[in-house]
Design a protein around this ligand. Sequence first.
Ligand code: RIB
Ligand code: CA
Length: 302
Amino acid sequence: MKHPIIIDTDPGIDDAAAISIALNHPDLDVKMLTTVNGNVGIEKTTANALKLTQFFNSNVSVHRGASHPLLSDIFSASSVHGESGMDGYEFPEVDASTLSSHNAVAAMYDLLINSKEPITLIPIGPLTNIALLLTTYPEVKTQINEIILMGGSAGRGNVTPLAEFNIYCDPEAAHIVFNSGLPLTMVGLDVARSSTLIHAKLEKLKSLNDTGRMLHQLFSHYRGDDFEYGINIYDAYTILYLLHPELFQIVEARVDIETTGELTRGATVTDLKSAYPNCTVVMGIETDIFEKIFFDALTYCK
Ligand code: RIB
Ligand code: CA
């Protein structure tokens, strides 16, 4: 059964891995990519999304989204992903005319409200677009199957001691999404940190296919946490969880977003004992199992 999905993204090196799998896997039907300000600015994240659809000769549409968080100042991760947001691989220049629209929220609304089946949203960047969608067009909620997002952490953060980047960038947007009442799965830092792929394991990418070589060059420039040891391909875990949920350890929890604390802003406060859980939290996977499903998924790519 093909899963119909929308990916909201801020490419982003780990976004590139997630999008590569999603655009090529036989069990996934990517309805559109929507871009958001995040790792780098909206012009670059949008150009990077177009580079990826062009790389795969994909006709999946790309729609430009929010250029700024709801309230926060812009916080860049160019130190992690490079100035372009996808440093390390020389993609051909993209034709800007291939951008389908400059209004991702309206595009998501039009697709959802006219869809014959509910669609799964896969946000892998700050949640600005998703919050705008749910507050501008609350009637689309009946057309959303679930939200599986990369963001947050049940434990430590990666921007501050308690805040993960996607949530830290736009905590108000995250608050809206986590309180939307929609079926929600948080794929936070925890699961990737439980299954970091060491650099020696990633060498296989070079002999896999063109996509493997592209990702290997990107990963070589990815300065995520623990990069001396290996790569946490955070965003890819959302897609692989959707494809193989049974392989992951999960817990039901109450997750609230800290939006005011001077030291805690952007924290996903995760109560594992709450009687009122609002989301599934993906906590772990065996490293060998993750490595297998990651490389198996890439075999569908060019
Ligand atoms: O904290 C990791 C997340 O922030 C990933 O989505 C990465 O691409 C960045 O957006
Ligand atoms: Ca991302």
